[in-house]
Design a protein around this ligand. Sequence first.
Ligand code: 5RP
Length: 243
Amino acid sequence: MLGAPKQAKFGASMDARQLKVEAARAALAHVSDGMRLGIGTGSTADEFVRLLAEKVANGLTIIGVPTSERTAILCGELGVQLSTLEETPELDLTIDGADEIDPALTLIKGGGGALLREKIVAAASARMIVIADRSKMVETLGRFPLPIEVNPFGLRATEIAVAAAAGSLGLSGPVTLRMTGSQPFITDGGHFILDASFGRIPDTRALSNALHAIPGVVEHGLFIGLASAAIIAGDGVQTVHAA
Ligand code: 5RP
């Protein structure tokens, strides 16, 4: 179930980057002084970091925990001081982007390759707010290939097991190793990413359980029950609440 959406209209149509900025700006209103804040990864989260940095420069004090090395570097460049999840294991709020969002606020994440740290940080947070432009909203997840973080050891065996797990649920499609040029993409945790194009995923919980049962799977990009709200920028900014 969704809570009543709150909406603020924009006067004119906006380009994709402006929509990300508006979603990020609306999320910033949820950040208060002294907050322990998880800071997401991706182009939308980057816009949030830029706006957050302006607030910090003007005196806002937060304890920030980044979800990736990329975000940590941007925060460092912009003067947002950071803690670690070791030092600050319980967070008040995480603000992060997503690749897809369904009406129940189940997400696909990991397009930027940071899904493992993103999920650990979100799970350590009392609340997670997702920021996105409206192109990320879908009725059923799965148009975006599902990122699956895997241990490099036994890669081929894990690929076969992932395909079999999906097949047992009636899902199929290409599972490809994410590459950077001619080399496998390596996550901050030293793992590989498989991008699984299974198409529509009607039962996200069943797929999550099936993937978690595979020893070589470190984590997957289905975020179930983690997001408490989504701030969506399109023809205005809409806040969708989880049930
Ligand atoms: C990174 C993520 C990102 O949040 C997701 O890919 C969305 O990124 P963007 O805001 O650039 O569209 O999950 O692992």
